[in-house]
Design a protein around this ligand. Structure first.
Ligand code: G3H
Length: 255
């Protein structure tokens, strides 16, 4: 079932680089839709790549989700001489506590021996609350840290699955279906051509903020996410994709 040898995976990595126009790709064997250990392998691959890019002082912004939880699980001490601050890329979203960015940054910071900050704001957020909250000094400070992040590590989800998981209102789900939304990341919903078809109002990383980040790492796998990953890469910035064989082969099939 799996391409057993590393040469096969390497070929797959080169093909994905070309198709998605991304500088670096790591493909781990297996399909995380079928086996939970594959997500753990993506987590380990992410940490191995992270070790190569950390500097002296690092602010690392992280999103939520089960994949990011696997990255946190795989986290080990990175570099004893460096300093680390972990911040959630977004506020609290309607996810299970263990998959929320706030819990994930706490776990990462403790394992690395670094610091972390929390962003105590709802996500999604209403326009009125947004204006009030972003002017709160404690929140403003965290937002500045998030927007000044050196490294962003994030997941990508299938649009409709994410909308359902986050208890999105019915009329929004209808709109996402009408507009053929394919992926979700950072509260943006993209169609297969990479157009933003819907945006959830969020406090935290916005798409344009990614231009100021040294390294954006995308971690997403599973055959069911192949279309979503390709959709995100049409528009969103990323320097490194960590994925699995299941997703990579699905991306290839689409071209
Ligand atoms: O925004 C995307 C989601 O956080 C991905 O969630 O890693 O549980 O599939 P997941």
């Amino acid at each position: 079932k799996f391409i057993g040898d590393l040469t096969g995976l390497h070929v797959l990595e080169e093909q994905i680089k070309e198709i998605l126009q991304v500088d670096h790709v790591v493909v781990v064997p297996g399909d995380s839709d079928d086996d939970t250990w594959v997500q753990k392998e993506m987590g380990k691959a992410c940490i191995a790549s992270l070790k190569k890019i950390v500097g002296k002082q690092n602010t690392i912004a992280v999103t939520g989700g089960t994949t990011m939880a696997a990255v946190a699980e795989a986290m080990t001490s990175l570099n004893k001489e460096s300093e680390f601050l972990f911040v959630p890329a977004r506020g609290g979203i309607g996810e299970k506590a263990e998959n929320q960015a706030s819990r994930i940054v706490e776990e990462m910071a403790k394992k690395v021996g670094g610091e972390y900050r929390q962003l105590y704001v709802p996500d999604p957020i209403s326009d009125n609350t947004y204006e009030t909250l972003i002017n709160e000094p404690s929140i403003m400070e965290v937002i500045q840290r998030i927007k000044g992040a050196d490294i962003v590590i994030h997941g990508v989800g299938d649009a409709l699955k994410m909308a359902e998981r986050r208890r999105t209102r019915e009329h929004v789900i209808t709109l996402l279906k009408e507009k053929d939304a394919a992926s979700e990341a950072f509260g943006y919903y993209f169609d297969q051509a990479g157009n933003v078809v819907h945006k959830v109002k969020t406090v935290g990383i916005q798409l344009e903020d990614l231009d100021n980040v040294d390294n954006v790492i995308t971690v997403a796998g599973g055959k069911s996410k192949g279309v979503a990953i390709a959709s995100y890469f049409k528009r969103g910035r990323s320097d490194l994709l960590i994925t699995d064989q299941g997703a990579a082969e699905q991306i290839l099939r689409g071209f």
